[in-house]
Design a protein around this ligand. Sequence first.
Ligand code: OOB
Length: 572
Amino acid sequence: MSTQIHTQGRFSTPLAGFCPWPEEFAARYRAAGYWRGESLGSMLRHSAQQFPDNIAIVCGTRRWTYAELDKRADQLAAGLAAQGIGARDRVLLQLPNVAEFFAICFALFRLGAIPVFALAAHRRSEIVYFCQHAQASAYIIAAQDGGFDFRQLAREVRQSHPHLPVIVLGDSVQAEEFIALDGLYQQHAPEQAAEQAEPAASEVALMQLSGGSTGLPKLIARTHDDYLYSVRASAEICALSQDSVYLCALPVAHNFPLSSPGSLGVLYSGGKVVLANNASPDTAFALIAQEAVTITALVPPLAMIWLEAARSRRAQLASLQVLQVGGARLSDEIASRVRQEMGCQLQQVFGMAEGLVNYTRLGDSEEICSSSQGRPISPLDEVLIVDDEDQAVAPGEVGHLLTRGPYTIRGYYLAPEHNARAFTGDGFYRTGDLVQQLPGGYLIVQGRAKDQINRGGEKLAAEEVENHLLAHPQVHAAALVAMPDPFLGERSCAFIIAKPLQENEPLLRATLLTRFLRERGLAQYKIPDRIEFVNEFPFTGVGKVNKRVLRERIAAQITALAQDHIESKELA
Ligand code: OOB
């Protein structure tokens, strides 16, 4: 399937659509020792040589050593190569937290093929788009998970991509329809060949998805050099060693549990990755106790649930040293309870799949750990805080966060028009986050300028959902905004202006609209949590829909409702 001629995984030009760093910066990152020319595939090879008998992955009753994971990756690389998958092929991956995720990723890394990480929550609309945009050579799924049949989803995806090879993990795979992953393992792996195929570290290793703020999700291409640097440096910041035991309770492919320092950081360090198929205290606390977990990562709503559960089950958390929380703003109040109530240290993580990751450090004061979202990984991370005109704000003032550095992308994959807006002329990424910088470089996230809703760590782009709403024949206009939520931080509210009712048309109701979105194959978390029908929108001076006014309106409405609720309870 590879169209370019190459020898031993070396290409003379970068992947089309990838935005490389200017040579001057690449040279700087190499000179600093950050980019070492090592690929993710060889990283695992080194760990397997150093720690062959250490347990690498625990998944249910299965325990894979480093030697076993390494061998499986080779066997699978040979099997995938026999399916025609080769260097630079994009392979869409949609898997739950299972051991095979790692065998597949490292097999792809070794082939120089590029995993594109979809979320388990994604449905037809998203998957079809990723297949198109990434020009995927294959789609790898689990047969089913969480009561959902991914084979059915694959069949739907095939209606628009009839020749897409679908590789399925799990039982009851019918030979003609799908390729069974288990069958691919059985191929003989010529060890030499696997070594030779190792891609150059400057090649794209993987693609993450952007939380997005515009119409369609963007793909984030990360190289071996840059990703591995962020993993190594994160592992060091978190003091990982071969004694570390990491519980992966968040979706395994997300950038936070994958690389900050996440599973990859642990596999670099020789430690043990324990996979949980959900993050509930019932599942996670039992695994923590059973496997003596030392570090794990959560989003704020889960941290709140864990704090509650720790009241009665704290003994199960005895081995836990570090609880990382990130993905959305953690309230100072919740943050300050972690050490007392869970008996471990809190580490705040403010990161983004585009690159920049900030951590509070393990030796930092309680004050910093509970009131800031940390400081950047790297001395070569450049951070600017600017006003609406891109002018630096005074120290300590709130402004837009712009960043550039050794593991922050210079542009989204195949998105030149969007890149012109999302990056400055000199290559800084406009994060869309509003931050304040403390002395020492610590950042406090104070808000967001991008048109995105952060539903407890799950990001949705307002425009993407609005476009789906506008596809309904009875919708005249749509505006999606965030509304405050005590648990998720934010939920989504769609304001809708309906078209005048035609004869024989049913009245447009919220339930009809949400069903319509579901039938379009939209992931559940993107379905508006609330729909408000209005006759008109407020506008800004320049004639754009004034979302600030809409946000304030829905926030006030919710507060009033909550107040009514309290009052009626008091009366009763
Ligand atoms: C992580 O990555 P993404 O790509 O899902 O989302 C990035 C965005 C940031 O731009 C920011 O708006 C928000 O998520 N965010 C936070 C935050 N961490 C992320 N907002 C406030 N406080 C935080 N601690 O979410 C991600 C990637 C790597 C590590 C950690 C999180």
